[in-house]
Design a protein around this ligand. Structure first.
Ligand code: SF4
Length: 324
């Protein structure tokens, strides 16, 4: 069953440098209980996609210029703001990269974890505190009875991220949007947080839309992957198919820039060139200035996303020739 369905979403920003088409006609769906990862370098439009779903694009300078976003059969883009507030935090929750920006330094962790429950479920403060303790325990915070009264600065980075997850899960959302949830953490804490997310997902039965630049994380948690480049989805497949045989040169570039066991950093192959200026995308295939397989056709004709094998699509004129 499809929980979230995005069709031809276009999100734009008016800047001094011109019109930025940050998200330029993407379509994506997330099924019930599924984890879908959106992968790409910074500036590719993946975080703007997440903010568009929650209608958190600041306007001006931004606006959703076209497309539809359906969640549980409801059209989020035409919904009144009041109804949207009931969806945010209750039905769709979000975890960000930097807990510092989401946890308020002047309130206790317990108060902030309980806040969505006080707001959406109208429970008493006493019951909220009890639920906050329960949630902090569930996300692996030791001694939650005393931690509940701590302020954010008293917690480590990993604990803050756990508290953020507790906040996000308080109302048992159907969809969790996790935007680079572990980027600020060291590798060991990162794996613990990913394992925790997987456990919680199983318990609650929620879906996860994971935004990341890191294919290592994708391999650990995702069922399906959409690779974004310059505001568009360039490849989508289930995680096994994508790792076994990527069908877009950009995805191959992302794989080549992953560190391998025994490989020293200097030998890593970075994708040559720069992410293009979003106010002046190249004509034709937006990846052509960086692509080792580019031909004349790529400089003039936009490659459309097309199915290469069942469930595996690529937006590349030469998808059948791509090898890792
Ligand atoms: Fe490279 Fe051409 Fe494919 Fe674009 S369409 S990724 S430039 S081969």
């Amino acid at each position: 069953m499809t929980l979230l369905s995005i069709r031809d979403l276009r999100t734009q920003f008016m800047t001094e440098g011109g019109l930025v088409r940050a998200v330029d006609g993407i379509s994506l769906s997330v099924g019930a209980g599924e984890t879908v990862a959106v992968v790409g370098e910074s500036g590719c439009g993946k975080s703007v996609t997440a903010l568009s779903i929650l209608r958190l694009i600041a306007s001006p300078p931004g606006r959703i210029a076209g497309g539809t976003i359906e969640f549980e059969g409801l059209d989020l883009l035409s919904m009144p703001e009041k109804a949207m507030r009931r969806i945010r935090g209750k039905k769709i929750a979000m975890v960000f990269q930097e807990p510092q920006t989401s946890l308020n330094p002047v309130f206790t962790v317990g108060f902030q974890v309980a806040e969505p429950l006080l707001l959406h479920e109208k429970i008493s403060r006493r019951a909220g505190r009890a639920r906050a303790i329960e949630l902090l325990r569930r996300v692996g915070i030791a001694d939650p009875e005393s931690r509940v009264d701590d302020y954010p600065h008293q917690l480590s980075g990993g604990m803050k991220q756990r508290a953020m997850i507790a906040m996000a899960l308080a109302c048992k959302p159907s969809l969790l949007i996790a935007d680079e949830p572990t980027t600020a953490l060291d590798v060991t804490v990162q794996s613990q947080i990913l394992a925790l997310l997987k456990d919680l997902q199983r318990d609650i039965g929620m879906s996860v839309l994971l935004i990341t630049h890191d294919l290592g994380i994708v391999a650990e948690v995702a069922d399906r992957v959409a690779v974004m480049y310059a505001g568009r989805i360039v490849e989508t497949a289930d995680v096994r198919a994508l790792f076994a045989s990527p069908r877009h040169p950009y995805t191959v570039g992302l794989f080549d820039s992953l560190p391998r066991v025994g490989e020293i950093r200097a030998r890593l192959r970075a994708i040559p060139g720069q992410v293009p200026d979003p106010a002046a995308f190249p004509e034709g295939c937006r990846f052509h200035p960086r692509c080792p397989l580019a031909i004349d056709r790529c400089r003039s004709e936009v490659p459309l996303l097309r199915e290469i094998s069942p469930g595996h699509a690529s937006a590349c004129h030469r998808a059948e020739e791509v090898k890792r």
